[in-house]
Design a binder for this molecule. Sequence first.
Ligand code: ASP
Length: 333
Amino acid sequence: MAATRRGFIGGAALAAAAAVAPGAAIAQPRASGKASGPFLLTTWDFGPGANEEGWPVLASGGSSLDAVERAINYVELLPDEYWVGYGGVPNEVGETTLDATMFWGPTHDFGGVGCLKRVKRAISVARKVMEETQHSLIVGDDATRFAARMGFAETSLTNLRSQEAWEKWAAKGVRTDAFDPEPFDKDRLRGHDTVGSIAVDAQGNLCVGCSTNGREFKIPGRVGDSPVPGAGAYGDQEVGGAVATGNGDVMMRFLPTYHTVELMRQGMPPHLAAQTALKRITDKGYKFGGGIAAIAVDGTHGGAQEGWDDAGFSYSVRRASGNEKIWVSPKPA
Ligand code: ASP
């Protein structure tokens, strides 16, 4: 029987699980850091709710892949969440489109979708790209067709809120801010959010994912940083993971999550690694709003932000002992 890519991924997970005798140390080779899972980190204010959704998977010995998918699906399907999933962030012509990414540590595998239309659970489609194909990134209407082949339902991503937001903006007759000059003086973008989740399971396996509907009034076809590996998210089984949120049009030029993880590999603590990656961007003169949260496989975590002193950027970490919320920029009054 031909080995499918899914078989390869599943096989690696099973082999990793089989290597762990009850009560024995986890037998995952690592260059640095000792896995201290299970844990699950998720960005922003929806972090605690998402972590509670994903945690039961980890607590019952399930895989980090399932935990991350579950946590992100929770945010994607929140009816009032404007910046992730359906019902928010219309593009220039009023349509909501989605970007998402999934990384799987044991095989360093990746799947992503960009500008996905008319399908709600973008992270689950990204997982299908990773598990069912040899490709890494599928975009636009073809991503929708791929999702339909995988059994996902097609449905409108517009709701009353996104329709009203678009009508109000369209009535002004102004050009989308995507045509503004590059942000060297000031980043005029308002509001952003991407859900990013990083988990290590009891077998020591790392998974990193993120999902967003991107940037308001974007030019149709725009794909942000979220499905670009090393930009919106990155993970390395031997080191840990990092997720980004903010002005993806600027941030993706610097692969800041790849940069963060590579600095962690050299021994830098996550918060300093994230800070250094953001500084690489400001050193080129960009003024932008953005944040990174990172966690090493040994559970050490940290974050940094730029231009968001009043944005209340936070992430939350769930472990067996409970959920801890960390404010990277101060909690808004
Ligand atoms: N990074 C996302 C994008 O630019 C948006 C965000 O995180 O706010 O698509």
